[in-house]
Ligand binder design. Structure first.
Ligand code: FMN
Length: 192
């Protein structure tokens, strides 16, 4: 029996939700049972062996709902394979890996998760929410920078670490795919 995977996300304008959907589709294609859910719709984790959580980045922070999910589920997540990602950089900085916000980094350490993978985001006038987002979505940051090849490759790497199981235990894999923990990015567009 394959392990059951939860891909959950906190998204304001839909870009992170789209990334979560692509990760879920890739894992499904690899034969895993996958639920893709908004983080606010996750009721309990008992049925999942693997949890993948993604948040949009705004002003270098994760969405509150994603941080709350981590905080409320520290104990349950400790016993599971956990993978984190954030979606953010757009425009000229789209390939710049982003640090985890300090609160998220501490929670990730508590859980035993490795640093979040950075995926480029999307900022488009028709989905931007709020005055500032709409302003930014008309400038050089505008556009969909999501790299579907990179996203699918990351999901495939996770798939390779998910061992089939007959008993549904939550044993961690001996190794995880490597990922870059980039140095702090220079002050950029979002801090002025
Ligand atoms: C007001 C504002 C602030 C942002 N701050 C950051 C940031 O600090 N770091 C980053 O990488 N991206 C930042 N972004 C880009 C968003 O993270 C990006 O558009 C993301 O894909 C949005 O995800 P969502 O559609 O799931 O909400 C910001 C965008 C806006 C509109």
């Amino acid at each position: 029996m394959s392990k059951k995977v939860l891909v959950t996300y906190a998204s304001k304008a839909g870009a992170t939700a789209g990334i979560a959907g692509a990760i879920g589709a890739e894992l499904t294609a690899h034969g895993h049972g996958v639920d893709v859910l908004d983080v606010n719709r996750v009721k309990d984790l008992t049925q999942y062996d693997v949890v993948i959580l993604g948040s949009a980045l705004y002003m270098r922070r994760w969405r509150k709902d994603a941080v709350r999910f981590l905080r409320h589920n520290v104990d349950a997540l400790r016993g599971r394979q956990v993978w984190l990602f954030h979606s953010g950089p757009v425009g000229p900085d789209k390939d710049q890996a982003q640090d985890m916000p300090p609160a998220v980094r501490r929670l990730a350490q508590d859980i035993g998760a490795t640093p979040a993978m950075t995926f480029a985001g999307s900022l488009e006038p028709d989905t931007a929410k709020g005055f500032l987002a709409r302003r930014l979505a008309t400038g050089d940051l505008a556009g969909d920078s999501r790299d579907w090849t990179k996203i699918r490759a990351w999901a495939t790497g996770i798939s390779a670490t998910i061992e089939p199981t007959e008993h549904g235990t939550n044993r961690r894999p001996a190794t995880k795919p490597s990922r870059k923990h980039a140095p702090r990015p220079p002050a950029g567009h979002f801090l002025g």
